[in-house]
Design a protein around this ligand. Structure first.
Ligand code: BEZ
Length: 214
């Protein structure tokens, strides 16, 4: 059955550019972004891997470990890594799973046969420290992902895990947030949101992002 948000991310062992990965042990108590590529030596994938390498400090700020996958052998990954560094200016600084036997691709339903019966689509899984899947996005092979958007969702997930808030359309870190509609007790709201809030509708109440220092 296909994986869904809230499911436990399946564990696996697979070879990678950083050696054999035992996925749950490798993830430890960190957040993880697991993302697949159609294949090695392709232009869109080359730009994406360079971008994830460039964004490593942003992922680290959020305690996120990145791990890529394509269904090519390790020797191809290692040769391709040189092209990524040469053309994108950033060397691979996270593991790329060498999933030639498609073990992980099948486990995570990354091959969509009506799109391509051999290669993976561009799947993204964000997994939290309890190994729960928190985000699933699927892009077609022809469209490179926006990893800034993925960072934005991680910001939202981490914020909404800690505060009784949700994030509105196009929200980005620092913008006002929505107080969850289930919170009705005014005294509790005053404690949780000392900066106050604006009631647009009884179910739509905006407050400054609560974890920001003034
Ligand atoms: C690419 O990564 O450039 C790509 C891969 C498969 C199909 C189309 C583009």
């Amino acid at each position: 059955m296909a994986l869904r948000i809230g499911d436990t991310a399946p564990d696996f062992q697979q070879d990678s550019t950083d050696g054999e990965i035992d996925f749950h042990a490798w993830a430890g108590s960190h957040w993880v972004i697991l993302f697949s590529h159609p294949r090695d030596f392709t232009p869109v994938c080359t730009t994406e891997l360079g971008e994830v390498a460039r964004l490593k400090p942003e992922f680290e700020k959020r305690d996120v470990k990145a791990i890529g996958l394509s269904v090519d052998p390790l020797k191809d990954h290692l040769a391709w890594a040189g092209d990524i560094k040469e053309t994108q200016g950033y060397a691979l600084n996270f593991p790329l799973l060498a999933d030639a036997d498609k073990k992980v691709a099948n486990l995570y339903d990354m091959i969509h046969p009506n799109a391509d019966d051999t290669f993976t689509v561009r799947s993204v899984f964000v997994i939290d420290p309890k190994k729960k899947i928190r985000l699933i996005i699927t892009y077609p092979a022809s469209t490179g992902r926006n990893f800034i958007e993925i960072l934005r969702v991680i910001d939202s997930l981490q914020l909404t895990d800690s505060y009784k808030v949700a994030t509105p359309v196009n929200w980005k870190n620092g913008d006002d947030v929505i107080i969850v509609p289930s919170l009705k007790d005014e005294a509790e709201m005053k404690t949780l949101f000392p900066s106050g809030w604006k009631t647009v509708k009884p179910y739509l109440r905006l407050t400054p992002q609560p974890n920001l220092k003034k």
